[in-house]
Each structure stands twice: as C-alpha cells, then as structure tokens.
Design a protein around this ligand. Structure first.
Ligand code: LLP
Length: 422
C-alpha cells in the first residue's frame, strides 16, 4: 500500500528532511504555534478538487454546490464561494453559515428530510435557488410559507431511484428502505400535486444515492432513471430546468481507486442537454476530504499483555468516523518514521473502548511528545466533533500561500459552559 503522503503532488508530503508538511509548512511548526489536536487544511488542495469537478462539467450549464455538512469551516467555504461554487445546505444553521461565508443566495440549494417551518421561512426570506423536497407534507409547508410571503419557491423532488450505491449502509441513501426521497411510483403524482399548489415552481429534480461511491455507475443509473422521468414530467406540463445529481464522489482513504469527477460527466451532460436543464451537483467529501488532516500528539505509550497502545490527545469526540463506521484513516508520524514497525492500537483519552483512531495498525516506534497526522480527515471530521468528556473542540488551521492561519480557535473551558446556568 502506498502512503497518501508519498505522492509528489499530495498536499501533505515530506520535505527533504523527511518531515511532514502541508504545502511546504512544517506540521511540527503548526503544532508548536497552535497546539494539538488541530485540524489542518490545505487551501490549494480544496481549490484543485473544486476545479477538477467544475472543469469536468465545463461543457454544460452547471453549478457545483459544496455540501457544507462535510466541512463547514468558514474560511474554506468563503474560498469556495469566491471560486464560483454554490452550496448545498441541510439546516437553518448551515444557511446562516453559507450566507456568512459569502455564498450568493441564488447559489444555495436546501436538502433534508425534516426542514422545519422556521428553516423553510428563513430560506424563503433569503431567496435561495432551490428546495429539494422529500415529502408531500413538506411541499405543502413550503407552498403555504411562500404564499404568506408573496414569493414563489423553486422546488425539486428528491427521487429515491432505488439503486444500490454499494457503499457503507450508514451512508447509503438511495434504496427504498432508506428514509430519503420519494418513491419512483409516486413521483408523477407528487409533481401534479405541487403544480396544484400556489406559490410553487416545481422546476427541478434531485437524487442523491449515497456517499463515498468508489464507482459512479450507480449514480449514472440513477441519473438515467431520473432523466426518463424528466421526459414524463414534460408530458404532464412540468418543464424541468434543474437536474441535481447529488454528491457521493469518493476519495482515497486506503487503497481505493475511486472514479473521479470526469467518470460520468459526459453521460450526465448528454442527458441534461436533452432537456436543456442546468446540472447541479453536491460534492462534499471529494472537495475537502484529502485536503485536511488531524494533527495530534502522543501522550503515552503502554502495553497490556501482548497488546500495544499509543495514546494520543485526539479522540472520538474529535474524529468519530473510526468509532462510528469503523472507517480507516491512514496515520503517519510527522517526523521521519524510523525503526521496526509493530502492531498497535492508536487510541484517545475518552472513557470508552470504542474510542480509537486505528486498530492493529503496523506502526513505527513512537514516544510521548511525538506528533502524528491522521490523514483524509477534512470531510466529516471537525463537523462531527463534540464536547464529549468535556473536551474543548480542536482548533482549525488553514494553510494558504505558504502561511498557516488559525481559522477557528481551539475552544476554551469557558466555551464548554456557555449558555448554562447552575
Ligand atoms: N447531498 C446530499 C443530499 C447528502 O445527503 C450528502 C451527504 C451530500 C450531498 C454530500 O455527499 P458526499 O459528496 O460528501 O459524499 N458522515 C458520513 C457521510 C454522510 C454523508 C451524508 N450526506 C461519513 O463520515 O462518511
């Protein structure tokens, strides 16, 4: 297995001395200046990832909407907004963040199975581009709230195309048994119903079948099913102007060789062209996943019988993916690795056996004070962190143009009790 840090164009790679850097800035310097645990992101890597998706669809009207849930860091979001990205939000809080980051409202799409009336109202007030709608009750609510405001809401039903995305069950969303979207058999009725409601423009169609899709054929199949629907919708007087193909483009965590953004682009462009529709997409992980790491320091090493443990200062509250999904994240030493490797568990200080970053990992000898980097942590990393065990959340640092800047301060103990009363 080749390490993610060994490729010459990797944002996190070793300098001539073998020390790990982020775009030339030593991670050891970042740890010295800002402490650990700290998320470190490469702005250049985010740019490169965004450009690769954007250029794959350059031949057609399209908008790449960053799925903010993957990483809601304001500095990175603002950077994407300046680069021309749109944004895919799933809550009123994400709407607030998206507007703060500078995304123009006409580049905001709002997904989610349980949008509250308050959240819908906020999005209508902001004049967002499109609501992706997941139920009949929701479309009624949007119509009523739009009417109160004298506005017209653009909506797209999220169709559950019932294709198997072949990914982890927790991040698979396009099957009938999942809570998402509305079934293929009821779609036409749903659009007919939407047409009958006031203050609604049912102008789009949406699907998102899952995340970390190493192969994108299932997305192509889903898009085909949706494109067929678009033809039927035209027949009943619903001209579809937006086809939203969702997110799901995978990254490499270990030894995967994922399909890149170009894999199905020409097919999707061809299908959208049949209807003169604008293509929307919602990549999250692909834009930020390999652009971020979690920098952590070894606190202790210990052995229980034959088992060896490396206890670090980052825990499941900082990065929950290993505990929650048994997800694999490559972990490397920040200093040049040396010495014979042993099998170790890399664990955090939280009082749970499920608090681990790696199990039975072949790892070089490390000692208290050594720094480690948990790779591919830019997506669903910080955003899923918590204060469990009253642990302040980590700092976030963005490296851009050879400079490391704290874009979110480490939380303080005072932050932990903000808003509480005794
Ligand atoms: N659009 C919709 C409607 C979504 O539900 C999602 C992700 C995306 C776009 C972005 O998907 P992406 O391009 O990042 O695959 N916490 C899990 C991932 C949950 C994904 C939820 N929805 C993880 O850590 O793997």
């Amino acid at each position: 297995m080749t390490s993610l840090v060994s490729s010459a164009d990797a944002p996190f790679r070793r300098n001539d001395q073998g020390e790990l850097t982020c775009d030339g800035v030593r991670l050891a310097d970042i740890a010295r200046d800002h402490g650990t645990p700290t998320y470190v992101y490469s702005a250049a890597a985010v740019d490169v990832a965004f450009d690769s998706v954007d250029s794959a669809y350059a031949g057609a009207p399209h908008l790449v909407c960053f799925a903010l849930k993957a990483c809601s860091n304001l500095a990175l979001a603002a950077r994407l907004a300046r680069r021309g990205a749109g944004v895919d939000i799933v809550s009123g809080g994400e709407l607030f963040r998206a507007l703060k980051a500078g995304f123009p409202s006409e580049r905001i799409v709002f997904a989610g199975v349980g949008k509250t009336r308050q959240e819908i109202g906020e999005a209508l007030d902001a004049n967002i581009l499109l609501f992706t709608v997941e139920s009949i009750q929701e479309v009624e609510a949007i119509s009523a709230l739009a009417r109160e405001r004298g506005k017209t809401a653009r909506v797209a039903f999220r169709v559950n195309p019932d294709v198997d995305p072949k990914t982890h069950p927790y991040v698979s969303t396009g099957l009938k048994k999942n809570k998402f979207g509305i079934g293929r058999e009821t779609v036409l009725d749903a659009y007919r119903f939407a047409l009958s409601l006031p203050n609604l423009d049912p102008t789009g169609i949406h699907c998102h079948i899952g995340s970390q899709l190493v192969h994108l054929d299932p997305v192509r199949d889903a898009v085909d099913r949706i494109a067929d629907l678009v033809a039927e919708l035209k027949g009943i007087g619903v001209p579809i102007r937006y086809i939203d193909i969702g997110g799901g483009i995978a990254i490499r965590y270990r030894d995967e060789t994922p399909d890149g953004p170009t894999a199905i682009a020409s097919h999707v462009i061809g299908r959208a062209r049949e209807f003169g529709a604008t293509i929307l997409m919602e990549p999250g992980r692909f834009l930020v996943g390999n652009a971020g790491i979690l920098l952590t320091e070894v606190v202790y090493t210990k052995e229980n019988g034959s088992k060896k443990f490396v206890v670090v200062d980052a825990a499941m509250n900082d990065l929950i993916r290993p505990s929650l999904y048994d997800a694999y994240h490559e972990i490397v030493t920040v200093s040049p690795p040396s010495g014979e490797e042993n099998l170790v568990d890399i664990v955090g200080p939280v009082c749970e056996s499920g608090d681990f970053l790696a199990h039975d990992r072949s790892f070089p000898p490390v000692a208290s004070g050594d720094l480690l980097a948990v790779l591919s942590a830019g997506a669903y990393g910080f955003v899923m962190s918590s204060n469990y065990n009253a642990r302040p959340r980590a700092a976030e640092v963005v490296v851009a143009g050879g400079t490391a800047r704290v874009t979110r301060q480490r939380e303080s103990y005072e932050d932990l009790i903000r808003g509480e009363v005794v």
